[in-house]
Design a protein around this ligand. Structure first.
Ligand code: ARG
Length: 588
């Protein structure tokens, strides 16, 4: 139910504003005694040259004289018109809508016909998948689903870091110090080891650098030997990356990495040259961006090899030709903000207006006070280690709870449940606050079963599930009967009207009803945390409702309504968790 639009329609006959204009003016009152929604009359006052207080009184009177079903009362307070919803109507209409739309609840099709490209994850071949990559992977995958929820066609891109001078170094290092057995067993660590060794040795013997440059040049020229080795490093790395993606349920439609775009650079260079944008600077080719107040963008190095920025230029041109994107979004850390500004500015200078539809969605740093995951001494924290730690710690907690409950769960179920809860706990922490904020890793907070955490979400979900299962006399691990959904969707205002429901019921449904708007706002701001915050409020409201309402002991008529509310809570939490990439568990 879109109450803003309902109110707008109610007010339209009395004011000279469009539905959208009215809806945009509506506010959420700060206090319950000011109703559920408020319309400020200042704008009208200016147009009508009348006091806003008088306008508010007149509007309240007009609406009251012709009160629609969805409203309980309307009154004016100073320059505001305050709308009080009919709670029985609000509860029944929203619960019915949620339970009917089910898995689609909250979605809309405003983006229909438009394609959004989402580039995320983009790890570097032969390098560890660290927490920074976890951040982009988790955020990006959620944004992809969120855009889809608004009807956009989404293309998921993994811009693999599979090119650059480092591959010349790696080839030299492999020839000199590579250990084949180690490479088979633990490829990324072995590649990392020889890469580090290269840098140590190159300090003593600078000719290694020259050798590496020539290997990279051979790779760029498509020489067979170098290409084969490079392909091998890439295949080995992808095996590891895919293991992580599977665990996070992340996938991509296109895996074109930097190497793919490297081949397209000559056209880009030609284009820039013909538009007189290329200038020589210390032997290299650059595009000056003085007017944009940016440092020049390096396009070709003095030896003619390409660099990161030129590969991005080529990538955007390719993507536009192939997909005609409405938006091309990069989920990449804030430190690369300047890089993207330069790349977008070069395109704009070259006359490509689609540069305006390229967006860098940045995110903050991840910090580890925990000594075990210290990032000092240049060590990186691996996502896999974090996931394992979260899962192991969760398993311990479940095992302890399980012992208290006479071993309901088998070891296999504990392991499965811990995987889901542990992984979603990590996903939660990356989507808990605005993405530009740094994250401080605090295990206690991450794994807490109450408060603002993944496990709290899971806990609330499974609690609501267990009420439903008890009511229908079905074990928690089995699906609910179809009668549950049918009953949940059959609720109506008359059935709710005469019940003396605790106010926490209405409060809960109000939170549930905000879910659709949260999805829209999350997309508008490219901020999945808007959804996280909405789900957390639902959990708090549900637990208050649960504490105040003996659902299973209620009389039949009331129980039907309360179970429908439970069912709707389960649905919205499931939908929201799916958006955020989290699996749900039915018991924990
Ligand atoms: N591979 C890069 C890194 O790990 C991120 C790539 C970002 N995407 C891009 N189109 N430049 O830092």
């Amino acid at each position: 139910m879109n109450y803003k639009s309902l109110i707008a329609k109610t007010l339209m006959p009395y004011v000279n504003l469009s539905e959208a204009e009215i809806a945009a003016l509506l506010e959420n009152p700060p206090k319950a005694d000011l109703g559920d929604s408020a319309f400020p009359c200042f704008n009208l006052a200016k147009i009508q040259h009348k006091s806003p207080v008088v306008i508010a009184q007149e509007l309240a009177a007009s609406v009251t004289a012709n009160l629609p079903d969805y409203l309980q009362t309307v009154k004016s307070t100073g320059p505001y018109v305050n709308f009080f919803y009919n709670q029985a109507y609000f509860i029944s209409e929203n619960i019915k809508e949620i339970n009917t739309a089910a898995a689609h609840y909250g979605q809309n099709d405003t983006g229909k016909g438009q394609t959004v490209l989402l580039e995320y994850s983009s790890p570097n071949i032969a390098k560890p998948f660290h927490v920074g990559h976890a951040f982009t992977t988790i955020l990006g995958a959620s944004l992809a689903r969120l855009y889809e929820s608004q009807g956009y066609k989404v293309v998921r891109l993994n811009h693999l870091g599979d090119y650059g001078t480092q591959f010349g170094k790696l080839i030299v290092a492999y020839e000199k110090w590579g250990d084949e057995a180690a490479l088979q067993k633990d490829p990324i660590n072995e590649l990392l080891r020889i890469y580090v060794k290269f840098h140590q040795e190159a300090k003593k013997d600078p000719s290694l650098e020259t050798e590496a440059r020539s290997k990279f040049k051979n790779l760029e020229d498509g020489k067979e030997y170098e290409t084969k080795l490079w392909q091998r490093f890439k295949d080995l790395s992808l095996v590891e990356f895919n293991r992580i993606y599977r665990r996070l349920h992340v996938d991509f439609d296109c895996w074109n990495g930097e190497s793919f775009y490297s081949n397209l650079i000559p056209d880009v260079v030609e284009d820039l040259r013909s538009k007189h944008l290329l200038e020589e600077s210390e032997g290299a080719q650059v595009v000056r961006l003085d007017e944009e107040n940016l440092p020049p963008c390096l396009v070709l190095k003095s030896d003619g090899t390409t660099i990161y920025a030129s590969r991005d230029l080529a990538a955007i041109m390719y993507r536009y030709k192939r997909w005609h994107f409405a938006k091309n979004i990069y989920v990449v850390g804030i430190p690369q903000a300047l890089h993207f500004k330069q790349v977008f500015a070069v395109l704009k200078k070259a006359g490509y207006d689609f540069a305006d539809n390229c967006v860098h969605v940045g995110f903050g740093l991840v910090k580890f006070p925990d000594a075990k995951f210290s990032t000092r001494e240049g060590k990186v924290v691996l996502l896999e280690d974090l996931l394992n730690e979260a899962v192991n710690k969760t398993a311990e907690i479940i095992r302890a709870n399980n012992a208290e409950r006479q071993q309901e769960m088998s070891e296999a179920e504990i392991a499965q449940t811990a995987e889901k809860i542990g992984v979603s706990a990590i996903m939660y922490i990356f989507q808990k606050s605005g993405r530009e904020r740094d994250i401080v890793f605090d295990w206690q907070e991450i794994l807490s079963f109450e408060g603002d955490s993944g496990p709290y979400l899971q806990y609330t979900y499974s609690r609501a599930q267990s009420i439903l299962h008890k009511a229908y006399n079905v074990p928690t691990i089995e699906p609910l009967p179809a009668t549950d959904t049918a009953a949940a969707a059959a609720i109506n205002a008359v059935a709710v009207q005469d019940l003396n429901l605790h106010e926490s019921t209405y409060a809960l449904v109000k939170e549930l009803a905000k879910y659709g708007e949260a999805l829209t706002l999350a997309v508008k701001q490219n901020e999945p945390f808007v959804v996280t915050r909405c789900l957390n409020s639902i959990c708090r409201a549900f637990n208050r409702f649960y504490t105040n309402t003996p659902i299973l002991k209620a009389a039949d008529a009331e129980k039907r309504v309360l179970l429908a509310v439970c069912r709707a809570t389960v649905q919205v939490l499931a939908n929201g968790m799916q958006m955020l990439g989290m699996d749900t568990v039915d018991r924990m």
